[in-house]
Each structure stands twice: as structure tokens, then as C-alpha cells.
Design a protein around this ligand. Structure first.
Ligand SMILES: *[C@@H]1O[C@H](CO)[C@@H](O)[C@H](O)[C@H]1NC(C)=O
Ligand SMILES: *[C@@H]1O[C@H](CO)[C@@H](O)[C@H](O)[C@H]1NC(C)=O
Length: 238
């Protein structure tokens, strides 16, 4: 009986070790294959490709602190300004996740643009407020309407002030397009600060905006396919 117990403990020890070793081996294999970018935030994604990155804070009139990233230049300088604004449940990383030659932020930086990456309240880079914590209900008391009314003008005005320009190109993906249509149509002064409004992945604005609203909008280009950086780049290059 005593012998059986010792043998069992010995076998469990050996098997346990070999299981650990094979788990380690699997972990190593998985880790080796893991794309290091999945652990990077927006600024790390940008600097890992050799592009300069600046982190800025935009204060909204109702107290939010929005983290905005800037790629001030490509690998050239006095560049036109472009602001890229992400879609629903996304962030500035959505413009940075493909290879450098296939991600709009890098393509535009290389094409000579001063590239700014906006972030709306509540996302990874928009979770700070001067009074509230994200754990408080008050922090979340807003909708996309406030993103249009507060986040968009605060970001555009900040970008134009820092870059010392009077106008920029605006590329909104989906929700970024929606807040653009909403705010540029009711705020013509803001609309005049936009040279061209690019709308990849826009919901059909022809049905939802009447002609009187459209007359306030800056010139704009809609795209049915949200993933058309080539076309945005072509139009921006003209
Ligand atoms: C990304 O992480 C680095 C290192 O922790 C930090 O310095 C940087 O501010 C972060 N960037 C953003 C946009 O949060
Ligand atoms: C981007 O670069 C990669 C690697 O150099 C290449 O395989 C790919 O075809 C390029 N993509 C485009 C759209 O040129």
C-alpha cells in the first residue's frame, strides 16, 4: 500500500511536469506567432512604424478630456491638415491597424499630410472627465449628439489652432460621418473650416438630409465601401 502511494505520487509528479512543459511549449509557440501589435495602443502603433506621434488632450465645454493623437509628418514638411474620425465602438487605432502602406493614416502622412486622429468621448482615449469617473452614471449621460455638438468642434478648433491653419480635410468613418453631417449642417461656421468632407461608410444621407440642410455642408464625397483608402487618397491628392 505504502509502495503504491509512493509510485502514484512519483508518476503524478512526472506527468504533471511533462504537461507543464508541453503547456509552456504551446504558450511559446502561440506567443511567437502573436502579432506584437495586438498589445500596442495608438501611439505605440504609430511610433513602431517609424512615424512621429504626439498625444494631445482636447477639453470639451461640458468637461470631457479627449485624447487625440497627431502624426505631425511622414518620413517630408508645411502640410495640409487632415482629421480622421473613427466609427461606432472604434477608436483612432482603426486607421493604424494594417501595414503602413495599407493604413490611411500612414498613407496620408507619407503623401504629405499633417494627420490628426480624433477620438470620441467614452472610447479608450476618451475616458477622462474633469469631474466624473467612468464608473459614475453622470460620466455616461450623453449620446452621439454630444459627440457632434461638443467633441467635433472642440477637436477641429484645437487641430486648426495647433497646426496654425484655417481649414482642414475631414474623413469620418460611419459614426464619424454621421456626427459630421449633424454638426456641419447646423453649424455653418464649423462647416467653413472643412475643405472637403470625406464620408467612407456613410449611411445614405440622401434620404435623411433635405436640400436646405445640404446647402450648409462643406463639399463632400461619399463612399459606399468603408475600406477605400485608395479612393480617399486619390481624391485628396487631386
Ligand atoms: C501608450 O502607452 C505608452 C506606454 O505605456 C504611454 O506612454 C502612452 O501615453 C500611451 N498612449 C496613449 C494614446 O494612451
Ligand atoms: C504593402 O507592402 C507589402 C509588404 O512590403 C506588400 O506585400 C503589399 O503588396 C503592399 N500593399 C500595397 C497595397 O501596395
Amino acid at each position: 500500500m505504502g509502495f503504491m502511494f509512493v509510485l502514484t505520487v512519483f508518476l503524478v509528479g512526472i506527468l504533471g511536469k511533462s504537461c507543464d512543459a508541453s503547456a509552456d511549449f504551446e504558450k511559446r509557440l502561440l506567443f511567437d506567432r502573436e502579432d506584437p501589435e495586438i498589445r500596442m495602443n495608438a501611439s505605440e502603433l504609430i511610433t513602431s512604424k517609424g512615424y512621429p506621434c504626439e498625444n494631445h488632450d482636447v477639453y470639451t465645454p461640458d468637461g470631457f478630456l479627449l485624447g487625440v493623437q497627431r502624426i505631425p509628418h511622414g518620413v517630408q514638411r508645411n502640410r495640409p491638415v487632415v482629421l480622421l474620425q473613427h466609427g461606432l465602438l472604434a477608436s483612432s487605432t482603426c486607421w493604424l491597424e494594417n501595414l503602413a502602406n495599407e493604413s490611411l493614416a500612414y498613407i496620408l502622412a507619407d503623401a504629405g499630410y499633417d494627420v490628426w486622429l480624433g477620438n470620441s468621448r467614452g472610447n479608450t482615449y476618451g475616458r477622462r472627465h474633469i469631474r466624473y469617473q467612468p464608473s459614475q452614471r453622470e460620466f455616461w449621460a450623453w449620446s452621439w449628439d454630444e459627440m457632434a455638438k461638443y467633441d467635433l468642434p472642440a477637436t477641429i478648433n484645437y487641430v486648426l489652432q495647433v497646426s496654425r491653419q484655417s481649414q482642414l480635410y475631414y474623413v469620418g468613418h460611419s459614426q464619424g460621418t454621421e456626427i459630421g453631417f449633424a454638426e456641419f449642417s447646423r453649424n455653418p461656421e464649423l462647416g467653413r473650416k472643412v475643405k472637403t468632407f470625406f464620408c467612407p461608410g456613410a449611411s445614405d444621407e440622401r434620404g435623411s438630409h433635405d436640400q436646405s440642410t445640404k446647402t450648409h455642408l462643406p463639399s463632400y464625397q461619399t463612399f459606399t465601401n468603408p475600406h477605400e483608402p485608395d479612393r480617399t487618397q486619390r481624391v485628396l491628392a487631386e
